[in-house]
Design a protein around this ligand. Structure first.
Ligand code: AHR
Length: 304
């Protein structure tokens, strides 16, 4: 583990001149993949900002496969990095590799997504948005807009992932309070535009052109963008025939909102390196107990 390093004259000179300082921390980051628009923006932010926090970032893209993540984390352990950051694809299956990191005395931080482990001491902290709250914000907006009367089709994110489980949970916790609000069809679109398009095509068929449906809730914007395409191809008007609410607030959904084809999106911030690196590097310098969850705020945006 990297212990607090003295600030050398060269580093002071760098700091005084505003130049980037030497890379003091070697950190492995196992990223989910590059699905959708939000995740590449998050990866770019982590890579772009690493240097300004003195971080030499070892970045591994798991292409959506947990087995790739396990391989990457084991490689980081073998390299003896100062800390490991994981954005886990799914919540299960993490105990063994986290124990291996603990045996090697390498601190692990979760970012973005959660894991489901009994022993929470296996990671230092999770630094992320509250996905359950995001689902609640989407559900509350829809309850207000529909006056509590709405048949809903839902596009779920990757099966077994924290955002799919928690956004669904938060959304349902709100709509369950309204007897005339109900999810009548739900399927996973795996957080991709193509997945959302396929799922909406299936909903259009199974509900006789969305007859009686009032809203589409998608666990991310990219699936909603695919759903918008599918509806337009079927001669339907997203944003008018259906209320369209999703999560991420990526630039393409803002365009869709401006075009009247999407109505609301809960922002999941992608520029979050500024929340993550200071926590991780401070911990490397001075390992003290941290809150198990450091929450990054989420905000609702509407077309209005
Ligand atoms: O884990 C966050 C989710 O993962 C984002 O909402 C989605 O776009 C991404 O695939």
């Amino acid at each position: 583990m990297n212990i607090l390093k003295p600030v050398t004259g060269a580093a002071v000179a760098c700091l005084m001149s505003g130049a980037a300082f030497a890379q003091d921390y070697t950190i492995g980051f196992s990223q989910v993949g590059s699905e959708g628009d939000w995740r590449p923006a998050f990866s770019k932010n982590m890579r772009d900002e690493a240097g300004s926090y003195g971080v030499d970032l070892k970045f591994a893209n798991a292409q959506g496969k947990q087995e790739e993540q396990l391989r990457a984390v084991r490689a980081f352990i073998a390299q003896g990095v100062d800390a490991i950051i994981i954005a886990p694809v799914v919540v299960t299956g993490w105990e063994d590799v986290l124990e291996e990191a603990a045996d090697a005395e390498i601190p692990v931080f979760l970012v973005d997504r959660d894991v489901d482990v009994d022993d929470k001491s296996l990671y230092v902290s999770r630094i992320s948005a509250d996905f359950n709250l995001e689902g609640k914000l989407a559900g509350s907006w829809l309850a207000t807009e529909s006056l509590g009367n709405c048949q809903i089709v839902e596009m779920q994110g990757t099966t077994g992932s924290a955002p799919a489980l928690e956004r669904k949970g938060g959304f349902e916790a709100v709509i369950d309070q309204f007897p005339a609000m109900e999810i009548v069809a739900t399927q996973s679109g795996d957080f991709t535009t193509e997945g959302g398009k396929k799922v909406m095509e299936a909903f259009i068929k199974s509900t006789d052109n969305l007859d009686g449906i009032c809203a589409a809730f998608a666990h991310n914007d990219n699936m909603q963008l695919g759903a918008i395409q599918a509806m337009k191809e079927a001669g339907l008007k997203p944003g008018e025939d259906l209320l369209m609410v999703s999560v991420d607030y990526v630039p393409a959904i803002v365009d869709a909102m401006e075009a009247g084809e999407a109505n609301a999106s809960v922002e999941l911030r992608s520029a979050v390196a500024e929340f993550i690196y200071p926590v991780v590097t401070d911990y490397i310098d001075n390992p003290t107990e941290l809150d198990k969850w450091i929450v990054i705020p989420s905000d609702l945006h509407t077309a209005d």
